[in-house]
Design a protein around this ligand. Structure first.
Ligand code: DGT
Length: 250
């Protein structure tokens, strides 16, 4: 475990909830980890990723209206050059809405909020990678970055995260977990794609070589959690991971 960019005990912001994002490669185990967080810290507020929304985009006013919805996730994997920009606008918006939604009753504020992925991995992992792979045109990438920077600047404190939890495993291990869960849209995913996404996470969260354009997020502390060994059915491993998270937030 390494913790970078923060000093012990300095994360809590003047009474407001501590806001964290859970990051990591496809199929690394984020959903399982969210469930574990929920069981360990029942007073925390957890926001899962809106992947279901991307698989069922309401088709009002489109040619697909008759079937009721569109599977944008599938379209993005089948025809990345055509649908990546559309996908990134939709995934960004769903992530932003999740972040801006008021979550707490005023009398019972949760001490910690955890979001599964964020508007930051949207840009610094996925959109950046799609641009480098040639699936986002230079113009699309420029437009994406322009509105991303503008919106974050405008929203300021409302989109600041106080820390990032990075679940880390090798791309090979992620591929094995991905094949085991067999989500239909992901059948075409190859090891190379997971290697690219792994590298993007490492540049952003460990090497800090990705330029982050929002000043308040440049130095967000990162907790790197090694999940190479499967933790789903291993109580000791789960206890170790939760202890690291607890130390990170206190
Ligand atoms: P987990 O619980 O660690 O197994 O996580 P997953 O795989 O359920 O969740 P995630 O976020 O890694 O990805 C869900 C699917 O959506 C996966 O096929 C990757 C894709 N995806 C997620 N975010 C983005 C994005 O911003 N852009 C693109 N192009 N794909 C994304």
């Amino acid at each position: 475990m390494t913790r970078e960019g923060g000093s012990g005990g300095g994360m809590r912001r003047c009474g407001a909830a501590l806001r964290l994002a859970l990051e990591g490669n496809i199929a690394v185990g984020k959903s399982t980890f969210m469930k574990l967080l929920g069981a360990t810290f029942p007073e925390w507020h957890l926001v899962t990723e809106p992947v279901a929304q991307w698989r069922k985009v309401p088709a009002r006013g489109t040619a697909q209206a008759a079937v009721g919805s569109t599977n944008l996730l599938q379209m993005m994997y089948q025809e990345p050059a055509r649908w990546s920009y559309t996908f990134q606008t939709f995934s960004f918006m769903s992530r932003l809405k999740a972040m801006l939604e008021p979550v707490d009753e005023p009398e019972t504020p949760s001490p910690v909020q955890v979001f599964e992925r964020s508007i930051y991995s949207d840009r610094y992992v996925f959109a950046k990678n799609l641009s480098e792979a040639g699936h986002l045109q230079a113009l699309e990438w420029a437009i994406y970055q322009d509105w991303h920077s503008f919106l974050l600047q405008q929203l300021g404190p409302r989109v600041v995260l106080h820390g990032l939890l990075y679940l880390r495993a090798t791309p090979q291990t992620c591929l094995e977990r991905l094949r085991r869960r067999a989500r239909s849209e992901e059948q075409s995913i190859q090891l190379e794609y997971l290697q690219q996404l792994h590298a993007q996470h490492e540049h952003w969260l460990v090497e800090k070589s990705t330029e982050v354009h929002f000043a308040d997020m440049k130095h967000a502390p990162v907790l790197v959690l090694d999940v190479e060994k499967d933790f789903e059915h291993d109580a000791a491993a789960q206890g170790g991971l939760m202890a690291q998270v607890e130390t990170f937030v206190t």
